[in-house]
Design a protein around this ligand. Structure first.
Ligand code: HSE
Length: 438
């Protein structure tokens, strides 16, 4: 059978690793794909940087449109990231009848509905395993391995930079800014690191996972997003003392009210496996009605792990080229005419437990005032920790864990507590998820 011909757009760290992986593992890859796979043209903005050593024979152009318009190319590999010109390139590739492999989570989260509709109309495939959790085959697992299950919820550590920062804060008591600088130097962080620390990168990935899990359109704007920049070393230490770890989780849950999609710092009991996923590693816990919980763990960022997912997608496309387009694995796991709109549950309506930290006057009656307000808002307290004031200081820190309550009620309680003269500064709140099998 004739080789499958690829056009590679973007020869950065992931692009270079993809080209090298295809070359170095060519024999094994063609045994798996049933045919040879070769890159016939690549584009990179600065062609003076050339192709990686060993791949110099691949034709290089500075113009990515030359690649998507190249009649020889069967499959376009988009690895430049960002919205434009990536969107225009991908749509042009589809229009030209080419399959597309992309690692671009922002592009899929925001423009996936349009891209998949165009691909469907043209009978071509668009695959994006590398867009979520780097090298972990989580998309394939949800779309294919778990297809017998009704997926009830999933929760993931899906930003390596954020996880690296929280891990260093906990293990070494390091400051947030200091660890972020190291994550940037190590190449984990996005070009704009606010995407990592403010949860936007995780929200892109969560929105994709929710669509695959529940068969709903991609709705990035509906994801409640809160970053980790407000998590202090103090919170990390207190959470530890209470038997919890703070992780930045993306959570998607289906309930009778609709679908929750949220990204925020979360306390997780330390005995959960996912609470022990540290450093730049990612993990996604998926609860299906038949399998129960299953955990997918691995490297969520970095050139080789991401290229591993890109090459696996290329092999899938190579295998599927001879398949009837109507019978390919659907882009969003469900058949296109079975994608349904479900109500989205606003964060106000979400029910979780909470960790609360506040600074109060160390005098009689303060705790009574706080617990009275909690009681009036129907909030039941699970645990209280009061740290002794430091010598010469008249204020103390109180930490509380509550039972599950609607966010709206917690907001009311915190507004009331915040008005007490005896409470000082910001009241810190982190949601708690037990992630047990229910
Ligand atoms: N900045 C991302 C992360 C890269 O830290 O996880 C992988 O998407």
């Amino acid at each position: 059978m004739k080789p499958v011909k690829l056009g590679l757009i973007g020869v950065g760290t992931v692009g270079a690793s993809t080209a090298l992986g295809l070359k170095n593992n060519a024999l094994e890859i063609s045994r798996r794909a049933g045919r040879d796979i070769e890159i016939v043209q690549a584009s990179r903005r600065n062609i003076k940087q050339g192709m990686p050593t060993g791949c110099e024979s691949i034709a290089l152009t500075p113009d990515p449109f030359e690649v998507v318009n190249n009649p020889e190319v069967d499959v376009v590999i988009e690895l430049i990231g960002g919205y434009e010109p990536a969107l225009e390139l991908v749509l042009r590739a589809i229009e030209n009848g080419k399959h597309v492999v992309t690692a671009n989570k922002a592009l899929i989260a925001l423009h996936g509905n349009e891209i998949f509709a165009a691909a469907q109309a043209q009978g071509v495939n668009v695959v994006f395993e590398a867009a979520v959790a780097g090298g972990i085959p989580i998309i394939k697992s949800i779309r294919e391995g778990l297809s017998a299950n009704i997926i009830e919820w999933l929760a993931g550590i899906i930003n390596g930079t954020g996880n690296f920062i929280l891990t260093e804060m906990r293990d070494k008591g390091r400051d947030f800014d200091d660890v972020l600088r190291e994550a940037q130097a190590l190449g984990y962080a996005e070009a704009d690191p606010t995407f990592d620390v403010e949860g936007i990168d995780a929200a892109h990935k969560l929105c994709i996972l929710a669509s695959l899990a529940f068969g709903i359109p991609l709705q990035f704007d509906a994801v409640y997003t809160e970053g980790i920049s407000g998590v202090s070393t103090e919170d990390v230490v207190y959470a530890n003392q209470l038997g919890y770890r703070i992780k930045h989780l993306g959570i998607a849950r289906r309930s009778e009210k609709g679908v929750e999609m949220r990204v925020h710092p979360t306390l997780i009991p330390e005995k959960r496996l996912i609470a022990n996923v540290d450093g730049v590693m990612n993990a996604v816990l998926v609860k299906g009605d038949k399998l129960g919980p299953s955990l997918y763990y691995g490297a969520g960022a970095g050139a080789d792990p991401t290229a591993s997912a890109v090459i696996a997608d290329i092999i899938d496309v190579a295998r599927s080229i001879t398949t009837d387009p109507q019978n390919r694995v659907p882009h969003l796991a469900f058949q296109p005419d079975q994608i349904v709109e479900l109500p989205i549950v606003r964060i106000d309506e979400v029910t979780t437990a909470y960790y609360i930290r506040m600074r109060v006057d160390d005098k009689p009656g303060v705790m009574a005032d706080i617990t009275r307000i909690m009681g009036e808002c129907q909030i039941s307290i699970e645990a209280i920790l009061q740290k002794e004031p430091e010598a010469g200081v008249t204020q103390a820190t109180i930490i509380m864990l509550t039972q599950k309550i609607r966010e709206k009620q917690m907001n009311e309680a915190l507004a009331g507590i915040g008005k007490l003269d005896s409470v000082h500064g910001e009241i810190h709140r982190i949601r708690v998820e037990t992630l047990d099998a229910d």
